[in-house]
Ligand binder design. Sequence first.
Ligand code: SIN
Ligand code: FE2
Length: 203
Amino acid sequence: MGSQLHSGFDFLPAYLDRAEQEALLATLQPLIEAAPFFRPTMPKTGKTFSVEMTNLGARGWVSDREGGYRNQATHPFTGLPWPQIPDVLLTLWRQVADYPILPEACLVNLYRTGAKMGLHVDGDERDPKAPVVSVSLGDQAIFRLGGPQRGGPTTSLKLSSGDVVVLGGASRHFYHGIDRVLSGSSSLIPGGGRINLTMRVVG
Ligand code: SIN
Ligand code: FE2
């Protein structure tokens, strides 16, 4: 059972055990080889994200100076369609999302040393009823959760490898981000770091 910190926000610690985490990572490896991590840039400023990204699914999320935030079917550098979301992740979605439509995008974020993610709302999907399901692998991270308005009160939560978070209901559009990653806190990912998967229905 998860703990319901805010309406629709569900924290499911240790949802995947070590063997399941290793199996998921092994499943991801060839998909990431086919769709390598890239560094997105901010709309307008062109500032580089510290997080590296890639996607799975028909409608991956990308960002760059020229085109801004958007969902698209192909990798911006290889031009190839994103690999499909593997069954193990679709099964996890069915277990925790409480939503009848399967995700069309799985954003894969790679946090190497020093990478973090500023407070933001996941606002590019059209269906507000579909949750975002997030899976953490590798090093622990300090996740910050706010409310619907920038500048409001926030709480922080340590996310460990195998933890699952569901941003549903009111929390679907709450501000959130990653303050920092605790480098060296997990041995799961070769070369160290953290991978976060977020599945979304784009709508
Ligand atoms: C995100 O908000 O896209 C990523 C959250 C995380 O890395 O846990
Ligand atoms: Fe997000």
